[in-house]
Every structure is written in C-alpha cells, then in structure tokens.
Design a protein. Structure first.
Length: 452
C-alpha cells in the first residue's frame, strides 16, 4: 500500500539519522562505484530513466535512501510498498492503480523494501506488470537476490550491489551532520577528528549507527544549552564499550595484523583468536582481516590443505553480507582452521621465483609448439607445429616441452611433505620421471632414425 511516511519531512524530534537522510545525490555519501560521476545509476536517476532494479547490500548503506532520492527526482508516481506488512490483495490493489496510471500515460515506480521477505506467490504477482511495463520495480534486500528472488523477476531487473560504508565515508557523514541545520548545525560542538573516527569505526559501515551515536554523544557532552564538548569518556559511555588503543592507519594496526598472521603461521590458534579479537573489538574492518586470511590460505598453507582457501573465501563473503558483530564467528572459524592446518609456502616461493625470471628474462620466446596459429602465415612459420594435445594420449600427458629453451629443466613449484601436499609431491615427481624417460626414448628414436 502507499506509505508516504518514509518520505515525510523531518523535524528535530525525529532521530538525527532520519533528519539527515539525503534528499539529493549531491547530499549522498559513499557508493561512488554506483553514483559517482559518469556511473550508470547516477545517469539513470538524473535523467529520470530509471528501470526495474534491485539494491543489494548490508543494512545502513543507503538502499532506502537511494529510493527516496529517486522518489524526489522522478516525474513518475512513486509508491512505497512494505514486504513485511503487505500480501497478495495489497499487491493487486497497487497494480490496478498502476494500470490506471499507465492508461493515462503516467509511469509508476514501486519501491519494495526487504523484497526477499516476499514468498514466491507474492513475487509472481509482480511479474506480469513488470513484463508489460505497467510498473518500474525497485527492490531492496540484504540477502543474495540469486537465492531469494524468482529468476524470472530477477532477469528483468538490474542488480546494483551496495558496499559497506568506509570509515572515511562515515566520518564525512558525521561532519555533515554537525554542520547541517537539519542535523546539529545550531549546536556549538567540540569534538576531535580522532573521536569522529572512533565513532565511525564502531559503526562498522552503517550510517544510522554512526549518526545515532554522535547524536547521543553530543546530547550527553559537557556544556550547557546547545554547547557540547564530546570527550572519549563520553563516547565510551554512550556506546557502552571501552575504546581499545588502536590506530587503523598507524603502527598498532600493522603490529596487530602481523601478530595475527604470524600466530596462524606458527599454528597457535589461541594466540590467533586473541589478536583477531583485539582487532575486531577495536573497530577494525572485518573485510580487511578477511582479505588477509584469504591471502594466508594460499601463501602459508596452499596445497598442504586446499580447503583453507575455500573456507577463507566463505568467511570473507560472510563478513561482506553480515558485518559485525555476527561475522566475528566466521572469521574465528577461518582463523582457527588456518592456524591448525598443515603449513606450506611452496606456492608463494614458486611464484616469487617465476616472477624473478619473468622480470629478468622478458624476451624469452614462447616455444613454437605451444603457440596459437590463427592465420595461414603463422601456420607456415611453424606456429603450433608438433603440438601434442594431451587428451589424445594415454594418461592424458605428453613429454612436450612447455618452458622456453633457456629454462628447460627449471623447477619453480617444489612441493613440501606437509599434509596433502606430500601426495602432490609424489604425483609431481612421478610425472617428471615419466617425462624424463619419455624424452630419453624420443631422443634415442630420433638419433636412430637419423643414423639409418
């Protein structure tokens, strides 16, 4: 049903987060990959050429705000629709109005918050109207649309992925709230940049959380009337959490991530979990930690247990869609697994050695037998000559040389005997021995043929 309350004007009795909700793209902070200069979504909004779309991202990153901006910009009739309180009857009533508007030449945009809460039947009820162009559907969801939205409906919508707001984005939002008359602009507020960053870190990517905390901190700061001096102690009381000594851009940041990495490398799960907690409780971006764990999974474990990479990536995705505090257990899962997994840096050393040769021997030619020959001239020059298609041979393997001549016999990947990699080492050695014998046989046969 039409619910205009979402877009009503706000007064001072309304929470700061609602008063500061942007009305235009110029006021919108973050999501530059979507609404930065020249980006598709920005052009669609500015030109009033909005198509059916899904906004997908974690809470508090601007999904509903973008819908509000579209509502303020479009010349179409805009209907806000709740997936929580609306059923099939309400959908049909709205669609009937949309059909009537269409017959009169007026577009209808229907915004559905939490669209993933609609069941299949409810989603199906939208489909024919979207197909006919009776409505332009804009859905917002925190869940993966691939799993939660009917494929037929999803195929007719452009999906825009919204990311968690960065600390820099949130600090900018807080400063805007302090300056803006809609927010705290008529207050005399004294607060340092490092305290704004403290609040931003605590908010963990959600603008509403950050604005709620700055509001309560200002209201409880030192001073009379509309004067407020906000101290670290005030903020700690307001967020009910002691701020741990931590500078996300300074030495302590690198000290703690180093401690986490080296504890995992040394198979000390208890120490690794402690350093993980130190970082998360201090407000570190969980995605930063998750990226480092993904790197660790291949750099320090690699083929010794290839499951580590999958678990690390799963943890990263969990952090991306859940955020803190929920994703802390997923990071703990990945950190403990990586700590206790067998260790091998063979992949890291393999690439480092190959990269050194690649930098120092940039003119090494690709052997003719493994070059592509898309033209007749290349074929006449011998490109692809003597190429051996592995699947045509017993064991799906040949003795064909694939390294440049100057590097033949060079070994970059030298498997360890840790975990599963011990079997990988045995298999690699068996392949190399087979190729060595096969090449000897081929060389002997070639020599005999020449002599004959």
């Amino acid at each position: 049903m039409e619910q205009n309350s979402l877009f009503d004007n706000r007064n001072e009795t309304t929470p700061l987060a609602d008063r500061m909700r942007p009305e235009t793209l110029d006021q919108f902070v973050g999501q530059k990959h979507l609404v930065g200069d020249g980006m598709l979504l920005k052009r669609m909004i500015e030109r009033d050429q909005v198509q059916s779309m899904i906004f997908w991202g974690p809470p508090g990153v601007g999904k509903t705000t973008l819908a509000r901006i579209i509502a303020n910009t479009t010349k179409a009739r805009f209907i806000n629709f709740s997936a929580v309180t609306s059923g099939i009857k309400e959908i049909k009533d709205v669609m009937a109005k949309a059909e009537e508007n269409r017959s009169m030449g007026t577009k209808t945009i229907v915004f559905v918050d939490e669209i993933h809460r609609f069941n299949k039947a409810q989603q199906d009820a939208f489909l024919p109207y979207v197909e006919r162009g009776s409505i332009i559907l804009i859905g917002a969801t925190t869940e993966n649309p691939s799993f939660e939205i009917n494929s037929a409906l999803l195929s007719r919508c452009k999906v825009f992925v919204l990311k968690m707001l960065t600390t820099e984005d949130l600090v900018e939002i807080l400063k805007n709230a302090i300056r803006d008359p809609r927010g705290l602009g008529d207050w005399q507020i004294e607060i340092s940049d490092d305290l704004l960053e403290l609040i931003a870190n605590y908010a963990n990517g959600e603008d509403r959380t950050a604005l709620n905390k700055i509001e309560i901190s200002v209201l409880n700061g030192e001073g009379n009337g509309r004067q407020s001096k906000v101290t670290r102690e005030t903020i700690e009381q307001c967020i009910q959490q002691k701020s741990i000594l931590y500078d996300k851009k300074g030495e302590e940041h690198y000290n703690l991530i180093s401690a986490l990495h080296k504890s995992m490398r040394n198979s000390d799960a208890d120490a690794a979990v402690y350093w993980l907690a130190r970082m998360l409780e201090a407000g570190e971006d969980p995605l930063y930690i998750a990226r480092r764990v993904v790197r660790f999974a291949s750099e320090d474990i690699g083929m010794a247990d290839s499951r580590a990479l999958g678990i690390a990536i799963d943890a990263y995705q969990a952090c991306q869609f859940l955020g803190m505090p929920e994703c802390s257990v997923h990071l703990t899962h990945a950190v403990v697994f990586c700590s206790l997994a067998p260790k091998s840096n063979s992949l890291y050393t393999a690439y480092s050695a190959a990269a050194a040769d690649a930098r120092n021997m940039l003119d090494e030619p690709v052997p003719l037998q493994i070059r592509n020959a898309p033209t007749r001239l290349m074929d006449e020059l011998g490109y692809g000559k003597d190429y051996q298609y592995a699947h045509d041979y017993a064991g799906h393997i040949t003795a064909m040389q694939c390294l440049p001549e100057s590097l033949q016999g060079k070994h970059y990947y030298n498997p360890s005997e840790q975990g599963v990699e011990k079997r990988v080492k045995e298999h690699k050695e068996a392949i190399e021995e087979w190729k060595r014998r096969k090449r000897q046989e081929e060389a002997a046969a070639k020599k005999k043929k020449t002599e004959d």
